[in-house]
Write a protein that binds this ligand. Structure first.
Ligand SMILES: O=C(O)CCC(=O)C(=O)O
Ligand SMILES: [Fe+2]
Length: 450
């Protein structure tokens, strides 16, 4: 991240933010004071009904008068600002890695495109227990610990602060059973999000469209704004206007399954802007690794059969946490190398190149050698030189058109360890029993007879 937008941050056309803002007048604003001040069962029942409606119609709502002291929030927000203002070198001392799954990262990817953001994750139970592998039958567990930067010291205190937030989320009066699930050996964690000013906010997103995988998220956003929610009724992206000292609450995938689709986990995303930095703090409420997730018995019957097969939260969570480090090998961002046919040049890919780049991929369109070269090997040389230059352990996708297939086949024989896949688009494809001259002769015959 810097003052230029690298291609891996560029969103496909249909996912780029719109220029106008549609404000979320409809996102319910719920006053939680009855849950703190009132012992009248009617007041509480009304509040529960209000929350139920919001979950059903929006999957998102904001709460005010929640009882979380303002100074607690301000303390975490200040610590977050101070942490992200440190040098990259300092922040990277607490980087997330294969051993420490919590900590700092500036490499978040959502749906194969990089997010314009930095994050710092810390867990609530320290240690948090998860499965050691994503293998379904492997019962081995591992413990995850927090790592803290030396500065700011207040970041360490975030844990106490979060517990206050957690206790208050209990006030939402979810069923007793869910509360036990949520807070016993929870895998909940808190994330500090930092979205720096972006040089091309019309092309990138701070966080790509996604749904939260856990039970529920409670989010504090600052006054800059950028969160957008996909309205259930029409699929429109709605801006969530910051409300002072409010928390945004949203249903995650687990509640969608438990409620057998009564409450839906809704897509949301974050836009960035060129002037202002933005901070937000989501608190992801997740159950224990041992929880088996399936529609709640009391909600299913013959008329309303279960819509989901059960799954292990722990295995899902382990796959997700451990895959962050597989992603870092750029598995999701491909490098396409385009090889033209005879009489063409790199120019012929002019429509495809921007499409691939806008999906976040790297693209190289090569020119093979021009006229006057003595042998076919000279003609292929630009591709061979390129393949030589691909670093060890990196792999590219070669795409051939027409006679470009000859060059790509040769490269595949010579550099198999550097090639992820070969794509032949109406291209010549020589093989063990089909040499170049036979192929060329056949191709010419087809051309002349059509
Ligand atoms: O920054 C925000 O407003 C939203 C963050 C979010 O959706 C997430 O971290 O999952
Ligand atoms: Fe989210």
């Amino acid at each position: 991240m810097g003052d230029q937008l690298e291609p891996d941050f560029i969103q496909a056309l249909e996912h780029r933010p719109k220029s106008g803002i549609t404000e979320a007048k409809g996102i319910p604003l719920i006053d939680l004071s009855p849950s703190i001040n009132s012992s009248k069962s009617d007041d509480l029942a009304n509040l529960v009904a209000e929350i139920g409606d919001a979950c059903e119609n929006w999957g998102f709502f904001q709460v005010i008068n929640h009882g979380v002291p303002l100074e607690v929030r301000e303390r975490i927000e200040l610590a977050s600002r101070e942490f992200f203002a440190l040098s990259k070198e300092e922040k990277k001392k607490v980087s997330r890695n294969e051993v420490n799954l919590f900590g700092y990262s500036d490499f978040e990817i959502t749906k194969s495109v990089r997010d314009w953001k930095e994050v710092f994750d810390c867990t609530i139970e320290n240690p948090t227990v998860i499965y050691a592998s994503d293998e379904p039958d492997d019962e081995e567990l591992k413990e995850l610990y927090n790592q803290w930067p030396e500065y700011p010291p207040d970041l360490r205190n975030a844990k106490t602060d979060i517990q206050i937030t957690g206790t208050h989320s209990l006030e939402l009066r979810i069923t007793e059973r869910s509360v036990t699930w949520l807070f016993k050996n929870q895998t909940s964690f808190m994330r500090l999000n930092y979205y720096p000013p972006c040089p091309a906010p019309q092309l990138a997103l701070g966080l790509g469209r996604h749904k939260d995988a856990g039970a529920m998220t409670i989010l504090a956003q600052d006054d800059v704004g950028g969160l957008e929610v996909k309205r259930k009724s029409d699929g429109e992206w709605i801006f969530v206007k910051p409300t002072p000292d409010a928390y945004i609450v949203n249903v995650g995938d687990l509640i969608q399954v438990w409620s057998n689709d009564k409450y839906e986990s809704v897509e949301h995303r974050v836009t960035v802007n060129s002037q202002k930095e933005r901070f937000s703090i989501p608190f992801f409420i997740n159950p224990s690794h041992s929880i088996w997730v399936e529609p709640l018995e009391e909600l299913i019957n013959d008329q309303n059969p279960g819509k989901y097969k059960g799954y292990s939260w722990g295995k899902f969570y382990a796959t997700r946490k451990l895959s962050n480090f597989k992603k870092l090998t750029s598995e999701n961002i491909q490098h396409f190398v385009l090889v033209h046919g005879s009489g063409h040049g790199a120019w012929c890919w002019y429509k495809l190149v921007p499409m691939l780049r806008s999906s976040g991929h790297n693209v190289t369109a090569l020119d093979l050698a021009a006229s006057g070269i003595p042998t076919i090997s000279d003609y292929f040389k630009p591709l061979m030189d390129f393949m030589d230059s691909v670093p060890k352990r990196e792999r590219v996708i070669l795409v051939a058109h027409s006679s470009g297939g000859l060059a790509v086949s040769r490269a595949m024989e010579k550099f198999p360890e550097k090639i992820y896949a070969g794509v032949f688009i109406t291209a010549l494809m020589p093989g063990v029993s089909l040499n170049i001259s036979t192929l060329s002769r056949e191709a010419l015959q087809i051309n002349y007879s059509t």
